[in-house]
Design a protein around this ligand. Sequence first.
Ligand code: SF4
Length: 130
Amino acid sequence: MATMEWLDVLAAKALDRELPTRDEALAVLAGSDDDLLDVVAAAFRVRQRYFGRRVKLNFLVNVKSGMCPEDCFYCSQRLGSGAGVLKYAWLRPEEVLASAEAGVTAGAKRVCRSPAAAARPTATSPACRR
Ligand code: SF4
């Protein structure tokens, strides 16, 4: 079955509130990059039905940026990174609050704060706590 055809079938199932099978979900993940816009178009039909053009705005306050003592190779905030990210130590509580209020004023429904490695990862738990 051509890509558009099976995506049409999958979108029709979703519009009928029917879950994809495991194989169908895996087929989406395994699709070629060349098919990506077809996947987006199929997903948009479902989104349009249930959510229209509404979006939900979340706002992230980065309470510390760059200067992480860890060295996760992929991360722009890692120790020794040459990436052009902002670098600053912990914001003061009143600065965090002011940023959060700016987000809410801008229409955010949820405000999160994210410190680079707020809780220092341990050797057994190297996952970032951002
Ligand atoms: S701990 Fe988090 S912020 Fe720090 S380098 Fe790793 S991924 Fe980046």
